[in-house]
Design a protein around this ligand. Structure first.
Ligand code: NDP
Length: 283
């Protein structure tokens, strides 16, 4: 049954800080699609009941953020190859009761990097700081789309090595290496070869956080992208070192645009979404 007003949501715990509602509602408005996009705070133990309730209420799709991106997989009827490889779903589309899970984080970051730096994933050499859920989704996407070299530096060494192994398993053509976040010699070598540095730790979210790596390692011309939506001290230091820089709003915009495309089958009205996002983030 087709609903007059389509229903979408973001599930997470917490979700109060999210700027996805104004961004997606601007997209639906610009596309002339009557739709509402709401926040659904869902503690982990309520995820199953929440999915049931969304289906009963006729929701057409939803986004998923922490801590549900992995946990939702068993509740889905189908998981697309990108999400399957990343082990993470951030977009669900409800096709006549069949729930299909997708991951748009990697594709969102790839589009952001192309837009900000004119840099393509294919044949790129990329340093990741962090090995959490976002670094995993993006690095596996990059590996599957032709990156030739990937370094993962993470506070917890085991997580860095495990991610590097998973990357090599799902894209045998890529050379992947994991190391500790404070492995300075290896960072120097990696940064001398890299085209792009992706800062994917949560360091920088709070005032007074230490830098994820010494800014003096950054060389002029290196492209540096921060996953955090607002400019951080690390990004300011990178700009001062002569790097080309971008904050995380490009990724946020383009992963949301890809969700919109999956839900509606139409290209996203990017400029309307960008405008709404910029407004929401300056409030
Ligand atoms: P996770 O919690 O899954 O991972 C956090 C990462 O940060 C891990 O690598 C963790 O290392 C590291 N970390 C946390 N605290 C410290 C510390 N004190 N010192 C060193 N490393 C630390 O989070 P996500 O991967 O989901 O998110 C990471 C960042 O990306 C967040 O800032 C998030 O807001 C942002 N993000 C942005 C998106 C966008 O669209 N722009 C989309 C998704 C996320 P360890 O493994 O050792 O714990």
């Amino acid at each position: 049954m087709q609903h007059a007003v389509r229903k979408y949501a973001l599930l997470g715990w917490p979700v109060g800080h999210s700027v996805s509602p104004p961004m997606q509602e601007a997209a639906f408005r610009a596309a002339g699609i009557p739709a509402a996009y709401t926040l659904r705070p869902v503690p982990p133990e309520r995820l199953s009941a929440e999915i049931h309730s969304l289906c009963t209420q006729g929701f057409d799709g939803w986004n998923i953020t922490v801590p549900h991106k992995q946990r939702i997989i068993p509740f889905l009827d189908e998981v697309d190859p990108e999400a399957r490889a990343a082990g993470s779903v951030n977009t669900v589309v409800n096709r006549d009761g069949r729930l299909i899970g997708c991951s748009t984080d990697g594709c969102g970051m790839a589009a952001a990097v192309r837009e900000s730096f004119g840099l393509n994933v294919k044949d790129s050499a990329v340093v990741f700081l962090g090995a959490g859920g976002a670094a995993r989704a993006v690095s596996i996407y990059f590996a599957r789309h032709g990156a030739k070299r990937i370094w993962i530096f993470n506070r917890t060494l085991e997580r860095a090595c495990a991610l590097a192994e998973d990357i090599a398993r799902c894209a045998p053509g890529v050379r992947a290496e994991g190391a500790a976040l404070d492995a300075r010699d290896r960072q120097k070598v990696a940064l001398a070869e890299a085209d792009l540095l992706i800062q994917a730790t949560s360091l920088g979210l709070h005032d007074g956080d230490p830098a994820p790596m010494p800014p003096e390692f950054l060389r002029p011309g290196l492209a540096v992208v921060e996953m955090i939506y607002r400019p951080t001290q690390f990004l300011r230091d990178a700009a001062r070192a002569g790097c080309r820089t971008a904050d995380g709003r490009g990724m946020l915009l383009h992963q949301g645009a890809e969700s919109f495309r999956i839900w509606t089958g139409r290209p996203a009205p990017i400029e309307a979404m960008r405008h709404a996002l910029d407004q929401a983030l300056t409030q």
